[in-house]
Design a protein around this ligand. Structure first.
Ligand code: ADP
Ligand code: MG
Length: 259
């Protein structure tokens, strides 16, 4: 049997980010091979969302380098104190190749579910409208929402809205899917249907980075778990290590409290 070398889907090196005097990320790195599911855990305020937002450049890091889907981009702070990418146009392109799912769904309220999903493919990526609709319908069927395609978000439950935003993120064929606490705004009875969709994506071999408070889920689906504390990686390893035998006492306390 031929052993294929793991291909890096995402390499992040030494990301720093401050908001004014507040140092939020103090040199975070992450490696994901194709098919890896990386969960990021840690207490509120530890920098999880900021790190995820830096990966798709919703926040511009002060410093750091990124290898995403075969392309490299680096950020440095100039003499004016502002941060600049090594290539400006590349940032837009790389961002459009990442799928982001937010805690609060972030669907456009004035667009139907189908319109929400085809918005980026048609208007940003200039995909043919008919092809985008076909793909969106297939993705809606996959997340169990085909019959809701002409509804507005206000008529969907939180779980349905979150499944729709997962379909929207998938519609750009992302190299990496990013999830920021995708279930923490949901009523408890709706969490399962969203986790089921995410689990399905993991089983398909999608590369994913996920911030989550669902410890049992993270333990089940992750190839690696990263525990952040005050903007630094305090523990990283396979779930068996991070949840079962962490070297950091803080990580042990956190996972014991959260499970
Ligand atoms: P987590 O997702 O782990 O709860 P965040 O990344 O959201 O943490 O926040 C980390 C720290 O950065 C917090 O102290 C938060 O208040 C601060 N922070 C996040 N975003 C901003 C921002 N846009 N402006 C100023 N401070 C911010
Ligand atoms: Mg957060």
């Amino acid at each position: 049997m031929r052993q294929e070398a793991a291909q890096p889907a995402l390499v992040v090196r030494d990301v720093h980010k401050s908001f004014g005097a507040l140092k939020v990320l103090k040199g975070i790195s992450l490696d994901a091979s194709k098919g890896d599911v990386i969960s990021i855990i840690g207490s509120s305020g530890s920098g999880k969302s900021t790190f995820l937002r830096c990966i798709n450049f919703l926040e511009i890091p002060d410093q750091g380098s990124f290898h995403i889907n075969g392309e490299d981009v680096e950020f440095r702070t100039g003499r004016d104190g502002k941060s600049y990418p090594s290539n400006a146009r590349q940032v837009e392109r790389l961002r459009s190749g990442l799928g982001m799912v937010f805690q609060s769904f972030n669907l456009w309220p004035h667009m139907t579910i189908l319109q929400n999903i085809i918005e980026a493919p048609v208007h940003v990526l200039k995909v043919d409208r008919k092809a985008a609709i076909e793909k969106a319908e297939a993705l809606l069927a996959k997340v169990g929402l085909y019959e809701k395609r002409d509804s507005y978000p206000a008529f969907l439950s939180g779980g349905q809205q979150q499944r729709a935003s997962i379909a929207r993120a998938l519609c750009v064929d992302p190299a990496v899917m990013l999830f920021d606490e995708p279930t923490s705004a949901l009523d408890p009875e709706l969490v399962g249907e969203v986790l089921k969709v995410i689990r399905g994506l993991a089983e398909e071999g999608r590369t994913m980075v996920m911030v989550t408070h669902e410890m049992k889920f993270a333990r089940d689906v992750s190839t690696r778990v990263m525990f952040l504390h005050q903007g630094q990686v305090e523990e990283v390893g396979p779930p068996s290590q991070v949840f079962g035998a962490p070297t950091s006492a803080r990580c042990r306390e956190f996972t014991a409290a959260g499970s």
